[in-house]
Ligand binder design. Structure first.
Ligand code: KIV
Ligand code: ZN
Length: 512
């Protein structure tokens, strides 16, 4: 393998789907996988088949639809897990199994209750078993960065000997820092006698905000596979963001050398938009590389500098990541053509039915709001298109509130053909609406977080509400938008309940 080639292992569909609040249907996973193929990733980790029949099916369907990248399934170090990945990937053109077992003293003592010798033996046994079924086996010593260096080296050497072609070093809890993490890779390269027989991979979580920095430090020290996710999604604070790793390697060849990946950077923006639309997880405006503000200059000095010479304040050309923002502002008279062209420009590639739905929503908004900005359109697409099945659909609501009257709300919600109606009071108009929705549907939610943001400025600005609600079955998030903040909040609450319904369905399938 060429020493200057860095493999990009995308785990948006596996670790990324573990983002609190994110859930994807099989169809959505296929859509994302096809775009990842287009983007040029080398490996797609499509899921963890043993966790549920739904996950197994999703991995299988992704592997049937995607041609070029290797499709990978995750497995614990057990025969049953490996067999399930085999079952899911039977039809894949190029398949990989990713086997893991924790090696750190914390995990050995508290989670696995196993001695080092047992961990070592199980790792070898799992890799040997996996090699009987797969030509391509990756092994991860989970929590590697908190594992004793000598033991880590011992495990890595043993699994390579047993047949692992890739050894992935995870910073599972995002505890490491760049100097240290780079040192771990350097030491493995020095201490493991057969290290040249495997690709060293890294998988860095972002608990200290260092996922990307740690990945880069690892590459600097010889790692040649980076596991990452679009928009940095992932368990807890997420994983290293693919777009950031890629652009750092591209922009700083002076430091990292002319390392090659298969990524077409012009596809980054579009991929990010697709993932955010389908997972329902918004990209923060100040997110590096693909955030809405990444290429906008607010201060006069900066604007002046960029106009004189772009490189004064801009290190990346927006078009290099596929960002084609323009100054076109849409309004009431804009037609379908301009609308669709603008969405394409913003990186959204919608199906006809989605486009129709978004256009209707745009027209309704344009009746209330004079100028529709890019941010409004992004909100329409990301919040308003039902990316999850709408088991509960808001038909109508009303609320009365005032200084001297108790806020009281009524709602009408449809569940299939059933009409659910209720009236209830609350501490304020929003609380009254949420309590009424709970009553109509027959659930009891506790508001853990609630935010309303104006998407643009002005009295007629679109308001975006997001809620985080604790139900007895877990926490879900929901989002909604409207020029009326109460309506935005009500839509967000119903959206959260639809997320809960989807999750419960998946859980039911899992336990069958
Ligand atoms: O974070 C982690 O350690 C993982 C492993 C399964 C690689 O996701
Ligand atoms: Zn992880």
């Amino acid at each position: 393998m060429a020493k200057d080639r860095v493999f990009i292992f995308d785990t948006t569909l596996r670790d990324g789907e573990q983002t609190p609040g994110a859930s994807l249907t099989t169809k959505e996973k296929i859509k994302i996988a096809l775009q990842l193929e287009h983007l040029g990733v080398d490996i797609i980790e499509a899921g963890f088949p043993r966790t549920s029949p739904g996950d197994l099916e999703a991995v299988r369907e992704v592997s049937k639809n995607v041609k070029t990248p290797i499709i990978c399934g995750l497995a614990r170090s057990t025969k049953r897990d490996i067999d399930d990945v085999y079952e899911a990937l039977k039809k894949a053109k190029r398949a990989r199994v990713h086997v893991f077992l924790a090696t750190s003293s914390i995990h050995r003592k508290y989670k696995l209750k196993k001695a080092k010798s047992e961990i070592l033996a199980s790792s070898i046994e799992a890799v040997k078993y996996a090699r009987k079924k797969f030509g391509d086996v990756e092994f991860s010593p989970e929590d590697a960065s908190r594992t004793e260096p000598d033991f880590l080296a011992q495990v890595v050497e043993a699994v390579i000997k047993a047949g692992a072609g890739t050894v992935n070093i995870p910073d599972t809890v995002g505890y490491s820092v760049p100097q240290e993490f780079g040192g771990i890779i350097k030491r493995l390269k020095e201490d493991v006698s057969n290290i040249d027989k495997a690709v060293i991979s890294v998988h860095c979580h972002n608990d200290l905000g260092l996922g990307v920095s740690n990945s880069l430090a690892a590459v600097f020290n010889g790692a040649r596979q980076v596991e990452c996710t679009i928009n940095g999604l992932g368990e807890r604070a997420g994983n290293a963001a693919l777009e950031e790793v890629i652009m750092a390697l591209k922009m700083r060849k002076d430091l990292y050398g002319d390392l090659k990946t298969g990524i077409k950077t012009k596809e980054l923006y579009k991929t990010s938009k697709l993932v955010s639309k389908l997972t329902g997880i918004a990209v923060q405006p100040n997110k590096a590389i693909i955030g809405l503000n990444a290429f906008s200059h607010e201060s006069g000095i900066h604007q002046d500098g960029v106009l004189k010479k772009r490189v004064t304040y801009e290190i990346i050309r927006p078009q290099d990541v596929g960002f084609k923002g323009s100054n076109i502002v849409l309004g009431k008279l804009s037609g379908r053509h301009a609308f669709s062209a603008k969405l394409k420009e913003l990186g959204y590639d919608l199906e006809q039915s989605e486009l129709d739905q978004a256009f209707l929503r745009f027209k309704t908004l344009a009746d209330k709001k004079k100028k529709i900005f890019d941010e409004d359109l992004a909100t329409i697409v990301e919040n308003e298109l039902a990316t999850i099945p709408e088991e509960y659909k808001l038909i109508d609501f009303s609320v009365t509130s005032g200084k001297k009257i108790k806020p009281t709300a009524s709602v009408e919600i449809k569940k299939g053909r059933e009409k659910l109606v209720a009236t209830a009071s609350g501490d304020g108009p929003i609380d009254a609406c949420f309590k009424t929705i709970d009553k109509a549907i027959g659930v009891k939610g506790k508001l853990a977080d609630y935010k309303v943001n104006a998407v643009t400025s002005g009295k007629d600005a679109l308001g975006e509400a997001s809620v985080k609600i604790k139900f007895k079955d877990g926490i879900v998030i929901g989002r909604g938008s409207s020029t009326d903040v109460i309506e935005a909040s009500v839509l967000a609450y119903v959206n959260a309940i639809n997320h809960l319904a989807l999750r419960n369905k998946k859980l039911k399938k899992k336990t069958k």
